[in-house]
Ligand binder design. Structure first.
Ligand code: CAA
Length: 381
């Protein structure tokens, strides 16, 4: 497959790269101290970055999926925090409404999300239902014009900051994953409570919270799709989401490589740059090769998604490999920096801390292997 970007896609890359350097890089330290990048998101909204692949008729930029992936890739080279906020907002916070919503739901929510007025979140994971997402316990009981929701969610990215939440709850527990339904829940819904903000290893500027529903009454008109379709809605949108996380991982890996290579050219030991010593030169060569492979897998999945082709297997492969690459390359980057890499004076330790969660959220690496194996089994049957 040739990776040839269109002129429009290249313009997106250039624009986001400049924006990240000018607007986000100076803010990284504040995010490291835990500040949510609200002002950056506002500027991204003005530039049309909060709704890149959303059609113009719904207030988006009307660009293709690959352009959106390019944006996450570029943002994550500077800040993986901003990368994941955008990925969750778009792939799993906006797409479910765009693809499964009624015309009224789309008109009401999508333009606000795509324009950056609203931030989106996705609430699938529960204390007892992580990888086994279909076993979720949050319940939704229909009562007249409302559904009464009770239960709790954990590890919700953008939680507390978001305005709309795609919430998965069981309307028919006897049916297991086939009894799961999806709802659009607004932040101000009475009985919808924002809980503990997790103190994380990395991605310090991104919010990850616990949520609970205590007799939260959600209007019946906010049911997304039909009752029982929720699990498929979650899975279908996670296909796109996983390409977003692959792009985020790729951005981290590219940044780690770039910084490590630059340092290796400057740092002299034994009378020459360490980049000219074979131990480090080979390390950089392996890092660069893995980054290139991650790039190919990520953009292959994006191109397939762009064409409307099935991309579940490729999305999982891209996420599996790119997240592994981000972890390996950021680990090796610290090694290239030596003792300095272990300090906060250089960004390598941030890349390392930010990379780890890419192997965990939107499906662990083990889950990606399950998804890939299931596709292979279908191909062989
Ligand atoms: N698209 C559409 N439908 C799909 C699908 C997809 N990609 N994948 C599965 N389905 C459908 C299946 O066809 C099946 O329906 P039928 O029986 O009618 O054919 C139904 O969903 C159930 O599928 P499975 O039998 O494969 O389901 P399972 O219970 O065995 O689970 C799983 C499969 C892949 C393990 C799934 O549970 C999973 O992906 N787990 C990981 C959960 C996850 O990724 N969580 C991330 C949370 S969000 C997040 O992390 C965001 C963030 O903060 C960054």
């Amino acid at each position: 497959m040739d990776i040839v970007f269109t002129e429009e896609q290249e313009m997106m890359r250039k624009m986001v790269r400049e924006f990240a350097q000018e607007e986000i890089a100076p803010f990284v330290e504040r995010m490291e101290q835990g500040e949510f990048p609200r002002e950056i998101l506002r500027k991204m909204g003005e530039l049309g970055l909060m709704g890149i692949p959303v059609p113009e008729e719904y207030g988006g930029s009307g660009m293709d999926f690959t352009s959106y992936i390019i944006a996450i890739n570029e943002l994550s080279r500077v800040s993986a925090t901003v990368g994941v906020i955008l990925s969750v907002h778009t792939s799993v916070g906006t797409y479910p409404i765009l693809y499964f919503g009624t015309e009224e739901q789309k008109q009401k929510y999508v333009p606000r999300l795509a324009g950056g007025e609203y931030l989106g979140a996705f609430c699938l994971t529960e204390p007892g239902a992580g990888s086994d997402a279909g076993s979720l316990k949050t319940k939704a009981v229909k009562e007249g014009d409302f559904y009464r929701l009770n239960g709790s969610k954990v590890f919700i990215t953008n939680g507390g900051e978001a305005d709309t939440y795609i919430v998965f709850a069981s309307t028919n527990p006897a049916e297991g994953s086939k009894g799961v339904s999806a709802f659009i829940v607004e932040k101000e819904t009475p009985g919808f409570l924002i809980g503990k903000d997790e103190h994380k290893m990395g991605l310090h500027g991104s919010r990850t919270v616990q949520l609970s529903f205590e007799d939260a009454l959600v209007p019946a008109e906010n049911l997304l799709g039909k009752e029982g379709e929720g699990f498929k809605i979650a899975m279908a949108n996670l296909d796109s989401g996983r390409i977003g996380i692959a792009a985020q991982s790729l951005g981290i890996a590219e940044a780690a490589l770039q910084h490590a290579a630059a340092y290796a050219r400057e740092r002299h030991q034994f009378g020459k740059p360490i980049a000219a010593q074979q131990g480090i030169a080979f390390k950089l060569a392996d890092m660069a090769t893995n980054v290139e492979a991650a790039r190919l897998l990520t953009y292959q999945a994006a191109f397939l998604r762009n064409k409307g082709a099935s991309c579940g297997k490729e999305a999982s492969m891209a996420k599996l490999f790119s997240s592994k690459t981000a972890m390996e390359v950021s680990t090796e980057a610290i090694q290239v920096y030596g003792g300095y890499g272990y300090t906060k004076d250089y960004p390598a330790e941030r890349f390392f801390r930010d990379a780890k969660v890419c192997e965990i959220y939107e499906g662990t690496s083990e889950i990606q292997r399950i998804v890939i194996s299931k596709h292979l089994a279908k191909m062989n049957s």
